[in-house]
Design a protein around this ligand. Structure first.
Ligand code: BES
Ligand code: ZN
Length: 454
């Protein structure tokens, strides 16, 4: 398999050399052999850092910012000019820390109130949070709240009881906050009309940690954060400072949903952006390249929409392709097909992906294009830019992995092999766009005429 792929690669490189050689200007040293230089271990290390050292990276939180700073520092080390682009995104987020010699932070999710925006959220905790004991109160049914819950935090198990009733009973019993836990490993959320005390949800595993900790004090915080950010690394082609070259944007969001470490969704895509940035550092290309790690995707594509909106009209017209990576390291046994999701059918990116998969011997693994949004390529597509999202799914059912958006989206559930295949296809496809004979750049209004800049 490996030998066959090398042959394909070399054959394509030879064709490329002939095509490139026929142009007037000197060719760039653009070579599909580059895909063999992908450092998948390095990309996995980025994923591990983001999902394990930092953990959940909810939009606008300090953890999301820490992830942005990590990505920015790495991209800076490769020699790029890096910008952290801030944008407003008010968000309410909750933390629960077991206070011990070695404090332990558990993954929880702040409760929601119907039609209350983060700006008006009335249940924020005071500066420094609430430190109190946790008192177990069964399912929170009538009579379940003992007198000792007064002044403490009530913990209840998810059941048929209405969450609003459970919270109001806890409030009547004098609890200062309510934590509700699921009966399995999954994340869940509670939204009610009104509450006088803060509340949050967690999974069964986090509740188990609390039970095992016994009579400990916990610190419970519900905070508001106002600003999220994108990380943008720019690779301007130094020989074309006049801004005439097409622009290719690689993107992947680095935020996660609450309670999820987001290893696959989407430390994988962010690590993909970082690894492609490393790979392309010094390769001469007939394009300007942007590496965009998006914040706030899970909040509704907030970062990518902001990025596209702030481009000048001239710059936006030069963007010919967006390669977006979201869940590119899926390990699920059924998620064996790499979908190339677009909103505009067989666009430049989908064509290039098909051509690259043919070249690399991966044609059977690819489903391109497939009509689907749900990730940052939508922000580009809405501006008329050819964008596509690369994501592993089950072919027949289009199912994602079971731990999608859940606390088990961890390194133990990602695949280095799927990451490698996805990155090889994306790297090869992008090289076809940035180096090939122009045919693949047919949608690029601003592509250099006659291949003169190759
Ligand atoms: N990575 C996911 C899911 C996804 C599903 C991407 C299918 C591409 C195709 C993504 O981060 C996500 O969860 N998206 C949201 C929508 C978003 C606008 C909040 C979703 O699909 O619910
Ligand atoms: Zn995602």
């Amino acid at each position: 398999m490996r030998i066959i792929r090398r042959l394909y690669t070399s054959a394509f490189a030879a064709v490329l050399a002939i095509v490139v050689g026929s142009c007037q200007a000197p060719p760039p040293a653009c070579d599909l052999d580059l895909v063999g230089q992908l450092d998948i271990e390095g990309a996995m290390a980025h994923m591990a850092y983001l999902s394990e050292q930092i953990g959940p990276r909810v939009v606008s939180t300090p953890e999301e910012l820490a992830a942005a700073e990590y990505i920015a520092a790495e991209l800076g080390r490769y020699g790029y000019q890096v910008e952290i682009q801030r944008f407003p995104r008010p968000t309410v987020h909750a933390y629960l820390t077991v206070e011990a010699a070695q404090p332990q932070r558990l993954n929880i999710r702040a409760g929601s109130l119907d039609e209350v925006s983060p700006e008006d959220y009335p249940l924020l905790t005071p500066e420094g949070g609430i430190s109190a004991q946790v008192v177990y109160c069964g399912n929170g049914e009538a009579g379940a709240f003992p007198t000792e819950v007064s002044g403490q935090i009530a913990l209840v198990t998810r059941s048929e009881e209405e969450p609003a009733d459970v919270i109001s009973r806890a409030t009547e019993a004098g609890a200062v906050a309510v934590l509700m836990h699921n009966t399995d490993w999954k994340n869940y959320r509670v939204r009610i009309a009104q509450s006088d005390i803060p509340f949050a949800t967690m999974n069964a595993e986090a509740a188990e940690v609390l039970r095992e900790a016994g009579e400990v004090t916990v610190n419970f915080q519900v905070n508001r954060y106002d600003t999220s950010q994108n990380v943008i690394a720019t690779r301007a082609n130094s020989e074309h400072v006049d801004g005439s070259l097409p622009i290719v944007v690689f993107s992947g969001h680095y935020d996660s949903v609450p309670m999820s470490p987001g290893a696959n969704d989407n430390a994988s895509g962010a690590a993909g952006v970082m690894e492609l940035a490393r790979l392309l550092t010094r390769v001469p290309l007939a394009a300007d390249v942007r590496f965009l790690a998006c914040g706030g995707e899970e909040g509704g594509l907030v970062g990518s929409r902001y990025y596209v909106a702030q481009l000048s009209a001239a710059e936006r017209e030069r963007v010919v392709a967006n390669f977006n990576m979201d869940m590119i390291a899926t390990a699920g046994p059924d998620q064996t097909t790499l979908f190339v999701n677009t909103l505009d059918g067989e666009n430049l990116v989908a064509q290039a992906a098909n051509a690259a998969a043919d070249t690399l011997g991966y044609a059977d693994l690819l489903n391109a294009p497939y009509q689907r949004g749900s990730s940052d390529h939508v922000a580009f597509a809405d501006s008329g830019i050819a964008g596509a999202n690369f994501i592993w799914r089950e072919l027949e059912t289009i199912a994602l992995e079971p731990w999608y958006h859940h606390p088990h989206d961890k390194m133990e559930h990602v695949s280095a092999e799927r990451m490698r295949i996805a990155l090889e296809i994306i790297a090869a496809a992008s090289l076809k766009v940035m180096c090939a004979d122009g045919e693949l750049r047919q949608n690029a209004a601003t592509a250099p005429a006659g291949g003169g800049s190759y």
